[in-house]
Write a protein that binds this ligand. Structure first.
Ligand SMILES: [Zn+2]
Length: 270
């Protein structure tokens, strides 16, 4: 019954909005490896199949900084089905296994890096819970490797300095995490206006401080806030087989459009 109601709404809403309905699709990945050996990793062959599917569905791929400049700063209407492919944390495997899938078709992506971990010989602290042996793929990317990704059309975005859950910190600590990360990334890579909050922890206080720090586009996993600083993403994990992947995309299309998306013409096709 509930499903029937959703489906009815899905097909009828174009009459309410007066146009086909199409929110911006943002996919959130963490790791791409030859074999998905942890929840956060997607097998390379699955990743390739997912990207091929998105291409067949005629998504237009953008990196987050270009999307911000074109559709938020310049307020260009969103005329296409837009897909932003994002990676969190800054793992080396992104360069080794994700880039070779994206580069042949010039598909840009966005990587959110934990700035104080860039180039570290130590794995991320949370990986010690499940792992004792580490390979190079498990380590954070280095500055030259990030430059290589940038040359391939990737945005190097902020995942703060230390990957703390921001909503647990004081205002002063949040400011430091946000401002210094943005400053360092801007010095190294040019413009930096995009952020992904560690563990999606962004309440109204964090969003306000992110805005004050100069960010213009932010990503979370689930969001009720009608704000470009809290754009929801679809997380893709090891257990997402192809059927689940397509279901997740379908459910994202069912989500109500935010006022901000309508104001920018989201959903208008051609
Ligand atoms: Zn993270």
């Amino acid at each position: 019954m509930l499903l029937a109601a959703w489906l009815l709404w899905f097909y009828l809403r174009r009459f309410f909005y007066g146009r086909p309905y199409r929110p911006v699709l943002v996919l959130a990945y963490h790791r791409v490896l030859p074999r998905a050996r942890s929840t956060l990793a997607v097998a390379q062959k699955d990743f390739a199949r997912q990207i091929a599917y998105l291409r067949r569905r005629r998504y237009v791929f953008m990196n987050a900084e270009d999307f911000y400049q074109k559709h938020i700063v310049s307020a260009a209407p969103i005329l296409n089905k837009i897909c932003l492919i994002t990676f969190d944390d800054g793992y080396r495997d992104n360069l080794k296994y994700a880039l070779p899938i994206l580069r042949p078709d010039n598909i840009p992506a966005t990587i959110f890096v934990t700035v104080n971990k860039i180039g570290s010989p130590e794995p991320y602290y949370w990986d010690f819970k499940n792992q004792t042996k580490f390979s190079k793929d498990d380590l954070p990317l280095t500055w030259p490797e990030l430059r290589c990704l940038q040359k391939s059309g990737w945005t190097i975005g902020s995942h703060t300095l230390n990957h703390y859950e921001l909503n647990r910190l004081s205002d002063q600590e949040i400011k430091q995490e946000l401002r210094f990360a943005r400053k360092i990334l801007t010095e190294k890579f040019g413009q930096n206006n995009v952020i992904c909050y560690p563990r999606g922890a962004a309440d109204a206080r964090v969003l306000g401080l992110a805005r004050a720090a100069g960010y213009g586009l932010g990503f979370v996993t689930n969001s009720c806030a009608d704000d470009w600083l809290a754009l929801p993403r679809v997380g893709i994990y090891a257990h997402d087989n192809f059927w689940r992947f397509r279901l997740k995309l379908f459910l994202r299309r069912l989500a109500p459009l935010k006022k901000k998306e309508l104001a920018h013409g989201a959903g208008v096709i051609g």
